[in-house]
Design a binder for this molecule. Sequence first.
Ligand code: GLU
Length: 476
Amino acid sequence: MSSRTEPSFRESVDLMFNRAVKLMDLPPGLEEKIRVCNATYTVRFGVRLRGSMHTFVGYRSVHSEHMEPVKGGIRYATGVNQDEVEALAALMTYKCALVEAPFGGSKGGLCIDPREYEEHELELITRRFAYELAKRDLINPSQNVPAPDMGTGEREMAWIADQYARMNTTDINAKACVTGKPLNAGGIAGRVEATGRGVQYALREFFRYEEDKAAAGLTGKLDGKRVIVQGLGNVGYHAAKFLSEEDGSLITGIIERDGGLFSADGLDVEAVRNWIVKHGGVSGYPDAQYMEDGSVLLEEECDILIPAALEGVINLSNAERVKAPLIIEAANGPVTAGADEILRDKGCVIIPDMYANAGGVTVSYFEWVKNLSHIRFGRMQRRQEEARHQLVIDELQRLDDVLGNTWSMSPDFKDKYLKGAGELELVRSGLDDTMRAAYQSMREVWHSRDDVTDLRTAAYLVSIDKVAKSYHAKGL
Ligand code: GLU
């Protein structure tokens, strides 16, 4: 164990930023301007519940307004604090720049354990928090657009959207004030699973490059790779589900709040998820080895480790013992700056958070555009596309007749080819394209510069450069 002390989450993000920015040639002062958080608003508000007044503490931090609106989720957790919200807001700035979502970075949080409240109480609390933020334009379609994060989801986003609409009755773009809403309240198909889907697309892209796999000492495809997932919440669950069901990966370990499950043959993600929903944890799940201290699984042999829960889970106290050759940061900040250094020295490849979990904000961007354009993606084109494809099918059929039925179309070709893209297909296509392009921009820096030896530094270089250029364009 190292005698070094662990910095705070925000300091950790700053240390990683500093490491990258040293390799750049930014004008004096700009480096500091980009690093610092512009403003953090703290609110304390009271809500009458169960016959008495309860006071809640919430934050909304704006890291960078080089583009507006600023974007980032709202987290409900007891550990929420200013340092954390600012670190997360900074990561949003870099994340949006990297995947070219035209936003600045922001983040919000409420110190609350949502499991301690009934649904109608959570609604009162959420609406009051939204009111406090909206009246200061910290929720606003053109200035600040929240989204789900840990402890929040579609339900909370629908309450926020409704609260904003009640306060701004003539704003035709009111729905665009928040993303991650349910489909029937102005949401978009594919947003719920977007972050997990993004993790899958990120890994698929990584596995397309022999050189990159070799850096982690891996070969072959995702098929059969042993994966350990920490946190089976929205992000971890979808990533694990897609990787096992669609790419043939083996989910050998799942770490949850109350312990860990291990099975060398691979766990049934859906069955584990159902067990958690029914029993409140993984303990007692029949088809695996259970361990009360789930964190030991972070140190277990595997090919890919996916931390998908809290920040700082891989730190100075355990980094040395982590054996995974490849870590993909589905959570924000799961590896501390100190652990990052230890892992790099060991030759571990880390696909960094600002890229790996950017699927969520990417699809949020699509939702925001959908709300502003007031039309579902694909609504105008789908049938027209199908009609044009029908022409090709008819022509192939005619050829077949002319040639005397000497060949035939493969059985499912017609059905697949005829189906025009709906919103979900378009969202997936846009997300896949985004994840591929962003990965390519990082790897290009990673492989072309001798002074860049890891993907995180490469990611920072790409995104800081974009933020700097947009400041420059504004004449700053
Ligand atoms: N909370 C998510 C994140 O950390 C999503 C943010 C968004 O969609 O704006 O990226």
